[in-house]
Design a protein around this ligand. Structure first.
Ligand SMILES: [Zn+2]
Length: 95
C-alpha cells in the first residue's frame, strides 16, 4: 500500500542487523527513522531474528513477547495481568 517511500529501508535495516546482530529493533528504528513495528516486519520478512531472546519474555496471558526488566515478568501489560485469571481459565477449558 505505502511501499514506495520505504523502498530501500529494508536493505539498510538488514545490513545493520547483519553487522550488529545484537542491535535492538528500537535502536535500528531510530537509526533508519521508521517504527519498531516496521523493523520487525522487515527482519521477519528476511528471516532474521526480530528480538534478543535474553531481553524478552513471553506473556503467559496473550503469548506476545515483551521486554524484560520491569516488575511485570509474566505479563506484557497491566491489562494482561488483570485479565490473566479469566484468560487462563479460558485456555484450560479449550484444551
Ligand atoms: Zn499479554
Amino acid at each position: 500500500m505505502c511501499a514506495s517511500p520505504l523502498f530501500g529501508v529494508a536493505d539498510t535495516v538488514v545490513e545493520i542487523k547483519l553487522k550488529n546482530p545484537k542491535r535492538k529493533a528500537a535502536d535500528i528504528a531510530r537509526d533508519v527513522g521508521v517504527s519498531r513495528e516496521r523493523i520487525r516486519q522487515i527482519l521477519k520478512k528476511n528471516g532474521l531474528c526480530t528480538r534478543l531472546p535474553r531481553l524478552t519474555n513471553i506473556c503467559i496471558n496473550c503469548g506476545k513477547p515483551f521486554p524484560r526488566g520491569d516488575k511485570r515478568d509474566l505479563y506484557c501489560s497491566p491489562e494482561c495481568d488483570a485479565g490473566a485469571a479469566l484468560c487462563y481459565s479460558d485456555m484450560r477449558s479449550m484444551r
